[in-house]
Design a protein around this ligand. Structure first.
Ligand code: BTN
Length: 258
């Protein structure tokens, strides 16, 4: 990213500080280290190439030249997010990316896989990793990886049937800075909306829910449950109908979908 693009980011979005690297291991790890310093927030840490990206549940995140990988370090309370709404921030991030991608992709094609993966035509296009910082509990790191110009044709074979990229869907190379600006602008809107009420966020995720009506298995720390997904509750819980009756899930990894 050149200095003019950094200036665009500062002028057109709510970020107050930009650190853009040619290559790094994980932008979330950089944000974690930088949280020890006094820097203006929200701060953006991004990389043209991330070579050791971290995913949820100890997974790794594949990225290649052309991917958009970045992390925001922010103080949610300054943006009006009260502590009881923190658990909804991962869904708010997924919805923000979905709404930003809807400006580029055909209407109705973008879905949110609870709690925060973004899918297009049944394939993952964006992963999100939220992390807290033990030494700075009032801060949050929002890490976002979007497959933009990293065609899945060059991806390891195990991702080719499960993931997709904007360039593969649109058939053209996109301006990554413009995609990033869209995502940051919509994310700020989602934070403002959540500071007033969780209603629009829940409705937005329900409308785009990839899981509703599907049979799935969810693994959390202590148990594994299989059931038909009934949708998302008003508090963000995933509702599933298991053989033993209805269940409400607040965390967990979806390990299979039929
Ligand atoms: C997942 O789907 O498991 C989450 C993937 C999150 C990847 C992003 S890329 C930018 C940021 N830095 C990381 O190391 N991870 C997140």
């Amino acid at each position: 990213m050149d200095p003019a693009q950094v200036q665009r980011l500062l002028a057109e979005t709510f970020v107050q500080h930009v650190c853009w690297m040619e290559e790094t291991g994980s932008t979330n790890s950089v944000a974690m280290e930088q949280a020890a310093h006094e820097i203006p927030l929200p701060a953006l840490f991004g990389a043209d190439l991330q070579n050791r990206g971290r995913g949820r549940n100890q997974h790794t995140w594949w990225a290649d030249q052309g991917a958009l990988t970045f992390s925001l370090l922010l103080h949610p309370e300054t943006t009006g997010i009260q502590p009881h709404h923190w658990p909804l921030l991962s869904m708010a991030t997924g919805l923000a990316v979905s709404r930003a991608l809807e400006k580029i992709l055909p209407t109705g094609s973008v879905q949110v896989k609870w709690p925060n993966d973004v899918y297009v035509h049944g394939k993952k296009i964006c992963g999100i990793l939220l992390e807290t910082i033990p030494e700075k509990p009032s801060l949050l790191i929002v890490g976002i990886g979007i497959n933009v110009n990293n065609s899945l044709e060059r991806a390891p074979v195990e991702f080719q049937s499960t993931a997709t990229a904007l360039c593969d869907l649109s058939g053209e190379t996109l301006d990554r800075t413009s995609v990033l600006i869209q995502v940051l602008q919509v994310f700020e809107q989602e934070l403002q909306s959540l500071s007033r009420s969780a209603g629009p966020l829940i409705r937005g995720c329900r409308e785009r829910c990839f899981l509703t009506g599907r049979l799935l298995t969810v693994q959390d720390v202590v148990s594994r449950q299989t059931g038909m997904c009934l949708g998302i509750d008003d508090d963000g819980a995933l509702r599933i109908m298991t053989e033993g009756g209805p269940q409400r899930l607040f965390t967990g990894e979806i390990i299979s979908i039929d």
